[in-house]
Design a protein around this ligand. Structure first.
Ligand code: GLY
Length: 373
């Protein structure tokens, strides 16, 4: 029934075999999406997903000590940082890119260049803070007043930078953004907005926008997963119980909204909003599961406690029904991810972030201690 609890070592070995196969197939590509042919694409390096494949490599290296994974992961932080010197599109998501490359490389190897690169990225992220509205701005171009829930996961880069440099300004910004999120993004029932647009001059809230969810008042499941995980991290870094309470509220909503098979649809309120086609999003499942394991840890839950058990149910369902274990040609690990449903982009595909958070969660269940986020 709960295959991940019964066979955690076997599931880890399946992940290791899959990573070996990916190592051969992916080479220097920066994978983002694998469609029906099972081949990962090669996305540009400033795209928000470029840290996840090297992140998988660092975790598998840390778990096994096998230098092949370290060697394959080694250059990624340098490759990414070189893009800063060219015309680039880095944004609020640099945490997703530099935590699983530069920061973890520094943590595992002590490489000083990697630490400098992570600090550079943290400065870039801090520079996106709008003091009037207390938000880190999302994206680029003319979206000066936009803020999105995904940014909660990038705050760990700022907390890391304060710890590493001794300069508390990074953490001040991260806390101010998280306080804004609790007021503006998290609803009373624990559901979460994707986008809030502010007036960038006055800092006043202008409107909520549906973004990757079905509608402004819907419940995009991956957004809820980013929120519950990011709020738990913020609690871990600050010790402020308000963040823990908010993380639990979102987690309770997420768990209560899951269907019987434990893997979320792309938006928990898609039906209410009149959507006809409601795909699942396996990536929201793996992100939430890894975040729920953190929440269980933060609450010192005993083995078998509510959040940890919910995480294992999600991971088991993903393992049994969505894994590509029996298809050695498929470069992805999980099927049925949904990237951006309203835009019709990347629906029913493998997504590298779904794969990354699955690997991360299974590593945690097998005793991995070095957090990336
Ligand atoms: N950070 C973008 C997404 O979750 O699709």
């Amino acid at each position: 029934m709960n295959s991940v609890i019964k066979n955690k070592h076997e599931v880890w070995n399946q992940i290791k075999s899959k990573t070996d196969r990916m190592l051969e197939a992916i080479g220097n590509k920066s994978p983002h999406v694998a469609g029906a042919d099972g081949r990962y694409d090669d996305m540009r390096l400033d795209w928000w997903t470029s840290g996840f494949w090297p992140g998988i490599l660092w975790i598998v290296y840390d778990m096994t000590g096998d230098e092949r994974y370290k060697n394959a992961a080694w250059d990624w932080d340098e490759r990414l940082s070189e893009r800063f010197l060219e015309n680039h599109y880095f944004d609020h998501d640099v945490g997703f890119q530099f935590l699983p490359t530069a920061a973890i490389k520094y943590k595992l190897t002590g490489d000083a260049d990697a630490a400098r690169r992570a600090l550079f990225a943290a400065n870039f992220l801090a520079g996106r803070f709008n003091a009037q509205g207390s938000f880190i701005r999302a994206w680029n171009g003319d979206k000066h007043g936009w803020s999105i829930i995904d940014t909660m996961m990038n705050l760990s880069l700022l907390f890391w930078a304060s710890e590493e440099s001794g300069d508390p300004r990074f953490a001040h910004i991260a806390r101010a953004h998280a306080d804004m999120v609790m007021k503006q993004f998290i609803r009373e029932d624990g559901s979460v907005h994707h986008i809030i647009r502010f007036d960038p001059m006055t800092g006043e809230r202008a409107e909520a926008i549906g973004g990757q969810g079905a509608a402004p008042d819907s419940a995009w499941s991956r957004g809820a997963a980013w929120a519950l995980y990011g709020l738990t991290n913020t609690y871990r870094y600050t010790g402020n119980p308000a963040y823990l309470g908010a993380a639990q509220r979102v987690a309770n909503f997420f768990i209560a909204s899951l269907p019987d098979h434990h893997v979320p649809s792309w938006d928990f309120r898609a039906e209410r909003e009149g959507a006809e086609d409601i795909p699942r999003d396996s990536s929201a499942g793996s992100i939430a599961a890894s975040g729920l394991l953190e929440l269980a840890d933060a609450l010192h839950e005993p083995e078998g406690g509510g959040y940890g058990a919910a995480a294992r149910r999600i991971l088991s369902s993903l393992h049994e029904h969505y894994g590509t274990w029996n298809d050695s040609e498929h470069e992805g690990i999980l099927l049925e991810g949904t990237g951006h449903k309203p835009a019709g982009q990347n629906v029913n595909v493998s997504l590298i972030y779904g794969d990354y958070f699955y690997v991360e969660a299974i590593a945690k269940i097998n005793g991995w201690q070095h957090r990336i986020f």
